[in-house]
Every structure is written in structure tokens, then in C-alpha cells.
Ligand binder design. Structure first.
Ligand SMILES: Nc1ncnc2c1ncn2[C@@H]1O[C@H](COP(=O)(O)OP(=O)(O)OP(=O)(O)O)[C@@H](O)[C@H]1O
Ligand SMILES: [Mg+2]
Length: 273
């Protein structure tokens, strides 16, 4: 397996790329329900940022807005200084943004069409966004699956023939096959058991480090987020309550809500010890 030498084997570059995303006072309302309000943060190129907060705090809403799946109701998102809404107004801009920014959704069952073998679902982004022909797409599939340590035979199975953990790794392969500059992971490991979580977290971290790509890790689980990120954005009830370097924030949380989150994390840690 060539998983240990993915970049040198293929000649892919490890040059820092990344994308700079700035959220300014973002609001999103669904009818009369305001999901997020006044959300501002900066995601620097190649940075690994966690968005944490309890259920319903607006994390997925921000993930969808940043990946262009949802439009904000107010405020702005800029991508390397350009308005995301302007970028998404043309088909060309949408394709370019999808090539650069990819989402790993929590629900892998919606990522893969149950009627098609995984290979079909992996070929689509490789062809449409990566510009490959079928043979090139298959070569890209072989490359990314080797890099992620995925058993080649899994590719020719139907999604229902894989375990949740295997499918989760496939959904990461689907996101990474286009070599994005930013990967947005929405609860990408929350449903996995702890040992598989470790494998997946390491794969994501390695991709970020080796390719200089940014990672936005959306999770209600602080331990996984603390392991993989260098910065945190803490959300509560649709608002950002605190931001900072992950280690500093864990050591000296200043907002009461962050203190509560960190306290629960430390309690869980002690129970496990
Ligand atoms: N399409 C929608 N229509 C109406 N309300 C919505 C919609 N999507 C989200 N919401 C509401 O917006 C708020 C934020 O939801 P969001 O999914 O962003 O939370 P979350 O932090 O991701 O939660 P979880 O940890 O449970 O995934 C919630 O109150 C939710 O009910
Ligand atoms: Mg969510």
C-alpha cells in the first residue's frame, strides 16, 4: 500500500495553498427563525479551525453558508477578498468554488446514491470538477484511496455494502479527490467509534498538513476538535461567544459558556482515565 508516501508517489505538491475566508456579521433566518446572527470570524489559508457549540447553536448553518449551499440573509462572506455571493452567481464561479472548497457531510447516506457503486459517485467530482476523463478519474480514485488507506475493493461496492466507518472514509475520499484548498467537515466523525475516529482524524490532519489545505471542523465533540484544530470558534444560540487558539482556549476559557463546555470535556476525560 502506498498510503505512507502519497504525495511523493504522485508528484502532488505540498506547497501551501489554502483559501482565506472572512465572515462578517453573518445572519441566516429561516422564515421567522434566526439560525445565526452577527457571526464574524477569519479562516486563514491552511488553518485548522473548529466550530463548536451545543446542538442547535448554528454550526451546520455556518458550514452550509461557507460551502455555498445556503445563502446568508445578511452580512457577507469573502473568499480571498471576493464576495462569495458574487462568486456563486455564475456557473463557472460555482464550479471553481466547489473545486476549492469541499464539504464532508455528517450523513454519508445522503452523499452516496444507494443505486450506484461508490466508484460512480467518486467519478462525478473527479470528472466535473477535476476535469478528468473516465480513465483519469479512475487513476485519481486509485490515488486518493491509497492515500487514505482505503481497501481498493470497497470502491466497487454499493454504499449499503460498507460499514458506517468505511462509508465515512469514502465520503472523505469524495471530498478530497478534487484536492480542495479547504475541507469543511460537519460532524464528520461524531457517528464513528473512538478507534475509527482516530484513524479519520489523522487522515484529515495529514491532508491539511501535506497539502497546505485549510480545515473547518464543525463538531459538538470537544475532544476530537481539540485534537485536530489550532483555533476555535465557540457558538451558542446562533452567535459566536468566543474565539481563540485551541490550546489557550482550553486552558483559559473566558466566556461562561466556553467554561461549561471545557468543564464537561475535562469531566469526561477524568471518567475515561
Ligand atoms: N432549514 C431550516 N428551517 C428552519 N430552521 C432551521 C433550518 N435549518 C436549521 N434551522 C434551525 O436553526 C438553528 C441552528 O441549526 P443548525 O443545524 O445550524 O445547528 P447545529 O449547531 O448544527 O446543531 P447540531 O449540533 O444538532 O447539528 C436550529 O434552531 C435549527 O432548528
Ligand atoms: Mg449540525
Amino acid at each position: 500500500m502506498s498510503a505512507s508516501t502519497p504525495t511523493t508517489a504522485t508528484g502532488s505538491t505540498a506547497v501551501a495553498r489554502g483559501v482565506r475566508i472572512e465572515a462578517h456579521e453573518v445572519r441566516k433566518s429561516y422564515g421567522r427563525k434566526t439560525a445565526v446572527e452577527g457571526v464574524s470570524f477569519v479562516l486563514a489559508p491552511g488553518e485548522r479551525v473548529g466550530i463548536v457549540g451545543e446542538s442547535g447553536s448554528g454550526k451546520s448553518t455556518m458550514a452550509k453558508i461557507i460551502t455555498g449551499l445556503e445563502k446568508s440573509s445578511a452580512g457577507s462572506i469573502t473568499v480571498d477578498g471576493r464576495e462569495l455571493n458574487d462568486l456563486m452567481s455564475s456557473r463557472q464561479g460555482q464550479l471553481e468554488y466547489r473545486r476549492r472548497v469541499q464539504l464532508v457531510a455528517q450523513d454519508t447516506t445522503s452523499t452516496f446514491d444507494p443505486r450506484h457503486r461508490i466508484r460512480e459517485s467518486l467519478r462525478i467530482p473527479a470528472q466535473i470538477l477535476g476535469g478528468h476523463d473516465v480513465a483519469g478519474a479512475d487513476a485519481a480514485i486509485a490515488e486518493i484511496t491509497a492515500e487514505l488507506g482505503i481497501e481498493p475493493a470497497w470502491v466497487d461496492r454499493y454504499p449499503g455494502e460498507l460499514s458506517g466507518g468505511q462509508r465515512q472514509r469514502m465520503s472523505i475520499a469524495r471530498a478530497l479527490i478534487v484536492r480542495p484548498d479547504l475541507v469543511v467537515c460537519d460532524e464528520a466523525v461524531s457517528a464513528l467509534d473512538v478507534s475509527v475516529q482516530g484513524v479519520v482524524l489523522n487522515l484529515l490532519k495529514r491532508y491539511s498538513v501535506e497539502h497546505g489545505a485549510g480545515l473547518m471542523f464543525v463538531s459538538h465533540g470537544l475532544p476530537a476538535t481539540a485534537f485536530i484544530t489550532r483555533e476555535l470558534v465557540v457558538m451558542n444560540a446562533g452567535r459566536v461567544v468566543e474565539t481563540g487558539r485551541t490550546l489557550e482556549l482550553l486552558e483559559r476559557p473566558s466566556h461562561p459558556y466556553t467554561q461549561k463546555l471545557v468543564g464537561a470535556y475535562e469531566d469526561a476525560d477524568e471518567t475515561a482515565a
